[in-house]
Design a protein around this ligand. Structure first.
Ligand SMILES: *Cc1c(COP(=O)(O)O)cnc(C)c1O
Length: 436
């Protein structure tokens, strides 16, 4: 696999370099130079494969000679060791549950795969890899649990004090081993600014081998294609042939991976980009004008993004034909009041609890299907996180119905290991230089 920067289509780097650099110097994003098309035979027989088998075939065709097949297979079996079931709620309404990994969010796919790819490419005797990551909640947990115990790596997570949910904080702060958590007296933006400054600090770069685990890393995008193919496989088993996906979107990595899967030959009729009030992309799809704006805070806070960083990738995938993108993807946006209404409607109708992000995808699917009735087409909305991660948004009646997984119950008895720092860079730098 060779990749270029979206800002310089003549550039060329290896998969390994793209993974460790995360972002090209020219501030574009890495994209594969060639996107393989999977055979029609493979696609029409997807129902005969398991998730790890599908993941291996898809990854092998994307990565090519970047990794020997046996090593890739072992890596995938280790990383993708949990399920992504499609659950039927109603005629033509299905939910793709992506929250069965260790941090209970879809980001486990990206984080677990990336951590293992990085560890694989670290050669014997190489300097320990120091992963820095700022989180508004879900990324930190997925990255912490993804890298936990991965040899020759150390992770430092910065999270905004008092601004992540209880479960999220426990996932970040109770690990020990090679995971360190810094509780920053500031906002998510402050955390992100600290990480960015660290990457430009000469002394830190001299002393440590720094890398980033943010959502633009190509090793997080690749594994997110797997579950689209696997969802289609499950629908084939039910005799469904046509499918539309509704994706709750913030930085647009998740839906970007779906569009990549489509480019690789997955037959999808439509993608729905479902957002909260941060509606830069739905506005673009409606007006043709891409106008980033400052983010606004909502109940679905993992989607509070005013300038989605993966949008560049999607634009690049469709650079030859923007009209194709506009006919394949439709945008919907909802405010907090509509989000709560959707949560309650899904619960009252199906007895099923959705997190606020997932609720938005369900509502968008429902509104789309109202306008485009098609009895032969399965609508699938992606459930990006387990509802127990966001307890504050639910009524008592709904909270009582949430099945809290055992691993979350165990977290309560673990000790919080977080170091408090200010949002001052010298504080952060001092910690990195002096902590043992
Ligand atoms: C990160 C996240 C999203 C947004 O995904 P993107 O890939 O950034 O579009 C949606 N829901 C949940 C629960 C998340 O953690």
């Amino acid at each position: 696999m060779k990749l270029y920067s979206t800002n310089n289509t003549l550039s060329e780097v290896s998969f390994k370099d793209a993974v460790f650099n995360s972002m090209p110097q020219d501030k574009g994003l890495y994209m594969p130079i060639s996107i393989p098309r999977l055979s029609d035979d493979f696609i029409s027989n997807l129902d005969k494969y398991t998730l790890p088998e599908i993941a291996f075939e898809v990854a092998k065709s994307l990565l090519g000679d970047a990794m020997p097949a046996d090593d890739l297979k072992a890596l995938i079996d280790d990383a993708i060791n949990f399920d992504a079931p499609v659950v039927k709620l109603d005629d033509n309404v299905h939910v793709l549950e992506l929250f069965h990994g260790p941090s209970l969010a879809f980001k486990d796919f990206g984080a677990r795969f990336m951590s293992r790819v990085m560890s694989y490419f670290l050669e014997d005797g190489e300097k320990q890899l120091d992963v820095l990551v700022a989180t508004s909640g879900d990324t930190g947990g997925a990255v912490a649990l993804g890298f936990l115990g991965v040899s020759n790596t150390r992770v430092t997570i910065l999270y905004p004090k008092g601004k992540v949910s209880g479960v999220q904080e426990q996932q970040l702060t109770t690990n020990g081993q090679n995971i360190r958590a810094l509780e920053v007296d500031g906002t998510f933006d402050d955390c992100q600014a600290l990480v960015k400054q660290a990457f430009t600090d000469a002394e830190l770069n001299e002393k440590f081998r720094l890398t980033s685990a943010n959502s633009i890393n190509i090793a997080r995008l690749v594994p997110q294609t797997f579950y689209y193919f696997n969802a289609y496989a499950q629908l084939l088993r039910q005799g469904v042939k046509k499918v539309i996906f509704s994706v709750p979107s913030g930085n647009f990595g998740n839906i970007g991976a779906g569009l990549l899967a489509w480019k690789m030959g997955l037959p999808v009729e439509k993608f729905i980009a479902a957002t909260n009030a941060n509606d830069t992309v739905p506005e673009f799809l409606k007006t043709g004008v891409y106008q980033p704006k400052p983010s606004v805070a909502t109940l679905s806070n993992a989607m509070d993004v005013g300038n989605p960083s993966n949008w560049v990738r999607i634009a690049d995938l469709f650079k030859a034909d923007m009209e194709e993108l506009k006919s394949l993807v439709i945008g919907f946006k909802y405010n907090d009041e509509e989000t709560v209404k959707a949560i309650n409607w899904v619960f009252d109708t199906y007895g099923y609890v959705v997190c606020p992000h997932t609720a938005i995808a369900w509502q968008a699917l429902t509104d789309y299907q109202q306008d485009h009735p098609a009895t032969d087409t399965a609508g699938v909305f992606l459930s990006t996180a387990h509802p127990c991660k966001f307890p504050d948004v639910f009524s008592d009646e709904i909270t009582a119905k949430i099945d809290v997984p055992a691993q979350v119950k165990e977290l309560a008895s673990k000790t919080k290991l977080a170091i408090a720092i200010s949002k001052d860079f010298e504080d952060f730098k001092g910690y990195l230089l002096n902590a043992k």
